[in-house]
Design a protein around this ligand. Structure first.
Ligand code: PLP
Length: 405
């Protein structure tokens, strides 16, 4: 049976050019970058080159790139690192405050919940019914205790794109106001807070991630979402920001993340970034056209099928549907995912599933959907191997299955 992959938001295949770039760093150039001898130095040079390539892509200095074991770890470092260091650095008394959104990835939301247990205050900003963060609410939530604003660039379930530049402008204006109002010399010198973090894991393949253009201080990326290897992520940390490390030890990664560097992973990550930069524009256009085509065709199966999340401010590879069968009934999304898998199509339920038990998606609930609706999302994500033929095959099978549902 031919198999079709429509779950690129979960993971992407490693590009053959990435595999090739990594190959020498398993058995041939295996040295520890921290070693003084030539084996160590060749590994260290490869890490330096990779860091520099990535820095150029993001528009920053190489010393601002901190490699981690995953995007989850990078998000943890951003949130916990800022809150911990703020206890020493922030001149403002009281509990540190974080502002985030209700639709962040669990690696942010769960970390926020942990930080709440440790005494931090967290504001979870609501989103519109289209899945866009309410900027008015952000503006009114900002105060002098706010040490961090963490808003994702693009959502992993519904693909909605957040106005990161506008958010950075709001924060800049707030800082300027705070600066002018304050007569306290010590406070005047602290212009770092609130720090702005964005999780750009799903955005990088399709959107501009230049940190200067976005006006951000911290940015998270994951290699496995951009056709690179698993087990490697990064956090961009703007120069001079002092955040506490999660992992201490040998002082690698500028002291932000100790542990011997994952050299093959880092080399592969840089190659994946280079490739993504080259094809971003063309691939975004290609997938946008396929997305439009898919949405038109799926409505022909049943006009009652709804798209979750904004249609315009949306990643070109993301479709998230609320499916209603032709007879008006609704089979569970989980059943549909399994039926599609048995027919050779890998898609994802738009809800959180573990050990085959699903709970309503927190993202769909934040759009204002009922538990039932928030359990019934179907996420289809496209990627480099997706073409019109594959989409037509998927539509044909969905037509059969939804008719029966
Ligand atoms: N952030 C977003 C938006 C994601 O989509 C994911 C993974 O799905 C992560 C963070 C976590 O990535 P990883 O599992 O590579 O740590």
């Amino acid at each position: 049976m031919k198999r079709y992959y429509f779950d690129y938001a979960a993971s992407t295949p490693v590009d053959p050019a990435v595999v090739k770039a990594m190959e020498p760093f398993w058995a041939e150039k295996f040295g520890n970058p921290g070693s003084l001898h030539s084996f160590g130095q060749e590994a260290s040079a490869a890490v330096f080159e990779a860091r520099d390539t990535i820095a150029k892509s993001l528009g920053c200095h190489y010393s601002e790139i901190i490699f981690t074991g995953s995007a989850t770890e990078a998000n943890n470092l951003a949130l916990k690192g800022v809150v911990k260091s703020s206890k020493v650095q922030s001149p403002w008394p009281g509990r540190p405050k974080i502002i985030t959104s209700a639709i962040e990835h669990d690696s942010v939301l769960d970390t926020c919940r942990e930080l709440e247990k440790d005494g931090a205050e967290v504001v979870y900003l609501p989103v519109s019914k289209n899945g866009i963060v309410d900027l008015k609410k952000l503006e009114s939530a900002l105060d002098e205790r706010t040490v961090l604003v963490s808003i994702m660039y693009a959502n992993n379930e519904i693909g909605t794109i957040q106005p990161i530049f506008e958010i950075s402008e709001i924060i800049k204006n707030f800082k300027n106001r705070k600066f002018k109002e304050s007569t306290n010399q010590q406070i005047n010198q602290v212009t770092n807070y609130p720090i702005l973090h964005t999780d750009a894991v799903q955005a990088f393949n399709y959107l501009n991630c230049n940190v200067g253009d976005l006006g951000i201080d911290l940015l998270t990326l994951s290699s496995q979402k951009i056709y690179g290897p698993k087990g490697i992520g990064l956090l961009y940390i703007k120069k001079d920001l002092k955040i506490s490390p999660l992992i201490t030890g040998g002082g690698q990664e500028n002291g932000f993340r100790s542990g011997t560097e994952n050299v093959p992973g880092i080399v592969g990550f840089a190659k994946a970034i280079e490739l993504a930069d080259k094809i971003r524009e063309k691939e975004s256009k290609r997938l946008s056209a396929l997305q439009e085509y898919f949405l038109k065709q799926v409505k022909k199966i049943n006009p009652k099928i709804e798209l979750n999340g904004d249609v315009k401010n949306r990643l070109p590879n993301n479709i998230n549907l609320y499916i209603t069968a032709k007879d008006g009934s609704r089979g569970s999304a989980q059943d549909l995912v399994i039926a599609l898998d048995m027919a050779g199509f890998a898609v994802s339920p738009g809800s959180a599933c573990s050990a085959r038990v699903c709970s309503p998606s927190h993202v769909l609930k934040a759009l204002g959907h009922s538990d039932e609706k928030a359990m019934s999302g179907l996420r289809i994500t496209f990627g480099r191997q997706t073409d019109k033929k594959a989409i037509d095959s998927l539509l044909k099978t969905m037509d059969k299955l939804i008719r029966k549902a």
